[in-house]
Structure formats: structure tokens, C-alpha cells
Design a protein around this ligand. Structure first.
Ligand SMILES: C[S@@+](CC[C@H](N)C(=O)[O-])C[C@H]1O[C@@H](n2cnc3c(N)ncnc32)[C@H](O)[C@@H]1O
Length: 415
């Protein structure tokens, strides 16, 4: 879908972003913005509703399963199993089946366990269906988003309070990242799509639609809010200039536009947690992906569903996150904070943030957010944190699977 640049569309896109600029981090605002962008998409494509196309058995493409290659290496399997502490006969909810690495580990570790395996991506769902055939009566595959999960669970007979353990391994799988056609990766050239379930919701805006429809301020707000990109203004301006010449449709095209907006020395000046150079467009790609898939609202919805369906006094939640926006959201949820209010900060965090703001103009950023790792209060009225400190992968694990470098694991028991 291409968004035409007529007055109505631009007007809507402009007003949507005025709201986002006022309070870019608020989930409620994001939701309102998102609904308007959906409306935009609907207007462009006639008035057809944006509901999902009927779920069907998805053929797992050869690119997803070719040979015996590992589709996705599951992160912190041992720590996940310890946190979930699954017992024989229990029902486990894997909310992010992906290539099924964690589900398979659970099936191997515990007898008579039942796993409900959700994924919004039809390719992952196809893999879950295959696994269900290999383990009759032990795996229940579900296609859908976190925000659609509660009624799906109830329909399967797993109503509120019936699940013993839930795993949420947020973000994208390697299957998604490694497929050039899906447009998630800045190192592989492909169409800038980035929708995890574009096959189900073909009228939902893709990354190309977003990049070519929003005005400069709106784009800058998006990059700042969802990528925590400090050079958002410069990058948004470069995108606007480039698309006047030609629409932005390919991943490498976007990567070069972002690179071109920075001095050459800044191209790989950023470092990831393993101190490896990371491309200057990484945060731009993250921001677009998070926005296109409405990932933060979805994560919040997922945590709420887990809370509803876990059994009281002992149900366990394990959440793996991969960037600070996700981790902050999980941490605040487990503390029982109101997520529409600004985050509570200690005086140390406030001082650090003020210092960072002052340095912003002058220096290249330290790539990783220095979030407080401490769970602090140890939980809220609804949850008891399993550990005081957040867990991260061991050095040995990272040597084998560098993609897990920014993983953070938080686990809690429902009161
Ligand atoms: C990091 S991967 C999970 C990998 C998996 N644990 C494994 O071992 O293979 C994240 C998966 O979650 C799915 N996902 C992301 N957001 C989702 C949402 N809102 N609802 C359902 N699935 C989602 C993605 O499609 C992706 O397959």
C-alpha cells in the first residue's frame, strides 16, 4: 500500500504527530496515534475494515526451514527454565513461539506438560503447527497478537487463572531478521516492510508507508520515542530530502540515507554491549519496527494477559527484553506502576538524565541505556520479583550467540 500525498492524508498524519510530540512515551498517546495511522491506511485503501484475514495453515517457506540451519537460537534457556519452574501436568503459555526453541526446551525438561504456543507471525505459527503434530495433545498453536490472546485462550479452555507459567520473549526472531524480504535487517537489502503479521493484516502500514507519509517533525518524534535516537532531527531531515527525489522503499536505501546524514567518522562510532561497532542506522530501524508493529502497546497487552491467565499465588511470569524501552515497561509493570504516568526516577537517575541532556549536543552517545538493573521494591501488590537483580546472558552464551547481547530477563510470581 502506498499512501498518496493528498491534503487529507497529510493533515491526518500531521495531527497524529502533534499528539505524539506532546507526550511521545505515553502508551495511550501511541495508541491514539496508531489508530489514526490505521484510519489513514483505511482511507487510502477504500473503507475496508482492518481486521485479520482468516487464519489459515501457513506453509512454512523453504527460506524459513531450509536444511538443518538453526532458525533462531533461544536466549538464556537455562535461566528461563529455572524461572518458570514448570512441574509435570502444568499448562505453560509461550507467548512468543518464534522457532520454538524455548517451547522445545520445556517439552524436553518436563513430562506431561501442555504448552500453548502463540505467535503473531504466520511463519512461526506454521512451525508451531508442525511441532503440535510431533507432540499430539501437548502443544496448542495459536495465531495472533498478545492483544488478541485472552479470548483465544478462553476458547481453548484455558480461562483466567488456569496457566501455571508464561514466557514472553519480546521482539523479533532471527527468522524475521535474516529474511531480506521482510525488511527488518539493515545489512540485507530488501523491501522496507517490517510487519510481523503483514500477511494477516495486509492493509496495515509498512515501514515504507510510514517513512514516505509522515512530515519531518513527526518522523523525528518517532525516531526519538521508539529508537531513543539522539540525531533524530538530522536523520528525519535527510529522509525528507531523499524522498523528494525518490520514494524510500529498500532497507539499504534507508541505511545509506541515515549514514549520509552523519559525518563519515560517526558511521560505526557507536558500540554495542559487546563493544562491537554498530551501524549508525540501527536505532532508526528499531524505531520503525517498534512503531510499525505497535510493539510497546502489544507488550503491555501481553503482560496484562499473562497476569489475568496465570494462576494466583504462584503463577510465574518470565519476560525477556532486548532494548531499554521494553525492559523499562516490564520493570514498571511488575512494580505495579501506572504506565501512562511519567516513570518514577531516583535522584541518581534524575541527575544522570540531566547530565546526559547537557552532553547530548556535544558527544557521541554510549550505545546502551544505563538503566537501573535493580528491581528495587521487589515487586508490587500483584507480583513478587524472583530476583533482586535483572539477569543477563553469560559471557559464554554471548560468545556462542552474540544476538542475545542485550537480553534482560525479569521473572516474577503472581501473588
Ligand atoms: C524473540 S522471538 C521468540 C523466539 C522464541 N522464544 C524461540 O525460542 O524461538 C519473538 C517472537 O515473538 C513474536 N511476537 C512479537 N510480538 C508479538 C505479539 N504482539 N504477539 C504475538 N507474537 C509476537 C514474533 O513474531 C517472534 O516470532
Amino acid at each position: 500500500m502506498r499512501l498518496p500525498g493528498n491534503g487529507l492524508m497529510w493533515g491526518l498524519a500531521g495531527s497524529l504527530w502533534t499528539e505524539a510530540r506532546r507526550a511521545p512515551r505515553r502508551l495511550a498517546t501511541h495508541l491514539r496515534c496508531w489508530r489514526k495511522l490505521c484510519l489513514l491506511a483505511r482511507l487510502c485503501s477504500g473503507s475496508a475494515p482492518l481486521g485479520p484475514t482468516a487464519p489459515k495453515r501457513t506453509a512454512v517457506t523453504s527460506s524459513a526451514t531450509s536444511g538443518q540451519q538453526t532458525l533462531h537460537t533461544p536466549v538464556m534457556v537455562k535461566e528461563v527454565l529455572e524461572s518458570l519452574d514448570v512441574q509435570p501436568g502444568q499448562v505453560v503459555l509461550d507467548m512468543t513461539f518464534g522457532a520454538g526453541g524455548h517451547t522445545k526446551a520445556i517439552l524436553r525438561a518436563v513430562r506431561d506438560v501442555t504448552v500453548v504456543a502463540l505467535d503473531r507471525d504466520p511463519v512461526a505459527h506454521g512451525l508451531a503447527q508442525q511441532l503440535a503434530e510431533e507432540h499430539p495433545g501437548r502443544v496448542y498453536p495459536l495465531l495472533g497478537r498478545f492483544s488478541e490472546l485472552s479470548p483465544l485462550l478462553t476458547r481453548l479452555g484455558f480461562g483466567p487463572g488456569s496457566v501455571s507459567a508464561a514466557l514472553l520473549d519480546a521482539g523479533c526472531s532471527s527468522m524475521q531478521m535474516d529474511s531480506a524480504q521482510r525488511g527488518f535487517s539493515l545489512s540485507k537489502d530488501g523491501p522496507l516492510d517490517m510487519r510481523m503479521d503483514g500477511e494477516r493484516f495486509p492493509r496495515m502500514p509498512s515501514a515504507t508507508d510510514v517513512l514516505n507519509a509522515l512530515d519531518q517533525q513527526a518522523l523525528a518524534s518517532l525516531l526519538r520515542a521508539y529508537g531513543e535516537e539522539r540525531h533524530a532531527g538530522k536523520i528525519a531531515s535527510a529522509i525528507l530530502q531523499a524522498r523528494r527525489v525518490y520514494p524510500i522503499q529498500r532497507t539499504q536505501q534507508l541505511a545509506s540515507i541515515v549514514a549520509g546524514s552523519m559525518p563519515a567518522c560517526a558511521l560505526y562510532a557507536r558500540r554495542d554491549r559487546l563493544q562491537r561497532p554498530s551501524h549508525v542506522a540501527t536505532k532508526t530501524f528499531q524505531a520503525l519496527r517498534v512503531f510499525v508493529n505497535d510493539e510497546l502497546n502489544e507488550l503491555h497487552a501481553g503482560l496484562q494477559v499473562a497476569q489475568k491467565h496465570l494462576r494466583p499465588c504462584g503463577g510465574r511470569l518470565c519476560a525477556l527484553t532486548f532494548h531499554s524501552l521494553e525492559d523499562r515497561l516490564v520493570k514498571r509493570f511488575l512494580r505495579g506502576e501506572d504506565l501512562s504516568a511519567p516513570p518514577r526516577m531516583s535522584s541518581r537517575q534524575r541527575a544522570r538524565r540531566a547530565l546526559r541532556a547537557r552532553q547530548e549536543e556535544e558527544e557521541e552517545e554510549d550505545e546502551e541505556d544505563e538503566e537501573e538493573d535493580d528491581d528495587g521494591t521487589g515487586g508490587s501488590a500483584g507480583w513478587v520479583s524472583l530476583r533482586r537483580k535483572v539477569l543477563t546472558p553469560s559471557r559464554k552464551e554471548l560468545e556462542e550467540n552474540p544476538r542475545g547481547r542485550s537480553a534482560k530477563l525479569r521473572a516474577a510470581i503472581k501473588r
